[in-house]
Write a protein that binds this ligand. Sequence first.
Ligand code: BEZ
Length: 224
Amino acid sequence: MVNLGDTFPDFTADTTIGKIRFHDFIKNSWSILFAHPADFTPVCTSELGRVAKLAPEFEKRGVKLLALSCDDVLSHEQWIEDIKSFACLETTKGFPFPIIADEKRELAVKLQMIDPEEKDKDGLPLTCRAVFVIGPDKKLKLSMLYPASTGRNFDEILRVVDALQLTDKKHVATPSDWKQGGELMVLPDVKDEDIPKLFPLGVRYRQVPSGKQYLRLTPQDDRW
Ligand code: BEZ
């Protein structure tokens, strides 16, 4: 199991852009590895189409995308045409990110992405819909595991990238449902005396029945 803060394991894999070594592929970028149970399946097709449409947004944030599905490269290449058609993407253009061929499920097993609850037509456990967000230091920053039957919300994944990139640089946390530009919360380990230096736009203290001064809110600085 890869835990938050662990260096994400390196591996080599065949993909739609040839053989890659993961750590060389991501270099010092933020990256997202997201897994799929199989090619030519409806939810996976919708998900990969959505990520292909959002690819410019991930690129703006400096995030390298890498998908995985448990079939071979030839199958992926044929499936990509269906994905492009389903998502109404320009068919003459290539595909914006590579897809790993994990037909033997070796990587799915190594990264503990097998869901014993959901089985394929042969009764074998399916690979779940895992999402791993990895930082430029190659450490795992966030992971999500969804069962094969539940499609992911990639707007949420973009939102968490924004939150992770912001909280990585500044002494802030993002409250529930935070979106880019929304109010932020000062981290509990920031001392009150350091606030003027760290938060020139000011901090407001929200009063609560306990009288404890832990709800410290600050606007997002446009320069962040
Ligand atoms: C799908 O992508 O639609 C799917 C794949 C495996 C199990 C359930 C759904």
